[in-house]
Design a protein around this ligand. Structure first.
Ligand code: SF4
Length: 317
């Protein structure tokens, strides 16, 4: 029997970022588009859901890299060989097919193949070599991964030292903080030779604020799910394009900092609810648009939000 979904309140780093960026986009994404996958949903709700699922070229490249690295790790865990050249070519072919799917607007009929690109949906004016550069960026991240220490390390791990690889199981990939459900899907977690639990988050692009909080959240998740002492977990951010690794210590101060950030964020989300227990939002007026329409140029919701014409005019100069 199909599982009944209900829009329960939960917290994630991406939810926090959307709320901080634009309250109206947050409302569209977490409330107004809910149920838009159902055939019988109102057209407006289906439209919002389709828009919410769009990628942009950067998130698309990041997802392609994460998927390919995940596949490689799962193969290493199963003691299967991986040919880096073939793996990268496979990603290229898949992205080419997805690009065509999106360019033809087929994501509105078939989102399973690919959810589409914002750049196509809004006919954005792009530099001629934009897509070529996007592929080069993807290829660069994968090429660095395959020549890094990580494949050899993963291949050397016996089965009992693997903890998790990007396990997107929405029933299990959660932990509770102050009674709030928090989603956490670490990219790679394993035990080191001396038994130290390590959690790794792959990043495409450059370093930015907030990544430490994300990986600390993963450490809390591992600690709760597997009963691991939090202070013993080593968390790392690995920047695949820059070829840089950064350790994020799980000190008591850092964990307290994460919890304070989390509580503040949850408090700001709850203020927007008419019924906190049932996760029912206040009316749309409680979720104002951004003041400056010029900052809407990259938003997936600019059409239903009434800001598409403005961004088109701005693009035309
Ligand atoms: S178009 Fe602008 S105001 Fe509207 S949801 Fe997007 S970012 Fe917010």
């Amino acid at each position: 029997m199909a599982r009944q979904l209900s829009n329960d309140f939960s917290w994630s780093k991406s939810r926090h970022e959307l709320m901080s960026g634009c309250l109206r986009a947050y409302y569209f994404s977490y409330y107004r588009s809910w149920g838009g996958w159902e055939r019988g949903a109102a057209p407006e709700v289906q439209q919002l859901y389709g828009l919410k699922k769009l990628h942009n070229r950067f998130t698309w490249a990041g997802s392609a890299v994460h998927e390919a690295v995940k596949d490689a790790l799962l193969n290493y865990r199963a003691k299967r060989a991986v040919d880096p050249k073939e793996a990268i070519e496979r990603v290229h072919r898949k992205m080419q097919a997805e690009w065509r799917h999106s360019h033809a607007g087929r994501h509105w009929q078939d989102r399973r193949t690919f959810a589409g690109l914002r750049e196509h949906e809004y006919r954005e004016a792009l530099e001629p070599d934009t897509w070529k550069r996007n592929w080069e960026f993807t290829q660069q991240a994968l090429a660095w991964f395959f020549q890094s220490r990580w494949p050899a390390l993963a291949q050397s791990l016996p089965r009992e030292r693997w903890i998790e690889v990007d396990d997107t199981d929405f029933d299990r990939s959660v932990f509770y903080l102050d009674g709030v459900k928090v989603f956490a899907v670490p990219d790679f977690a394993f035990f080191d030779e001396d038994g130290t639990p390590r959690v790794v988050d792959w990043k495409t692009g450059s370093a930015r604020d907030g990544y430490d909080a994300q990986v600390l959240g993963y450490a809390l998740y591992l600690s709760e799910r597997y009963g691991l002492p939090l202070e013993k977990i080593c968390a790392s951010l690995v920047y695949l394009n820059a070829g840089v690794e950064k350790e994020v210590p799980c000190t008591p101060e850092a964990v307290e900092g994460f919890k304070a950030f989390f509580r503040d964020s949850v408090g700001r989300m709850k203020v927007l609810l008419a019924d906190a227990e049932k996760n029912v939002p206040k009316g749309e007026e409680a979720f104002p648009q951004k003041e400056d329409p010029a900052s809407c140029a990259e938003c997936v919701f600019r059409r239903p939000c009434g800001r598409e014409a403005f961004t088109l005019q701005a693009q035309a100069g």
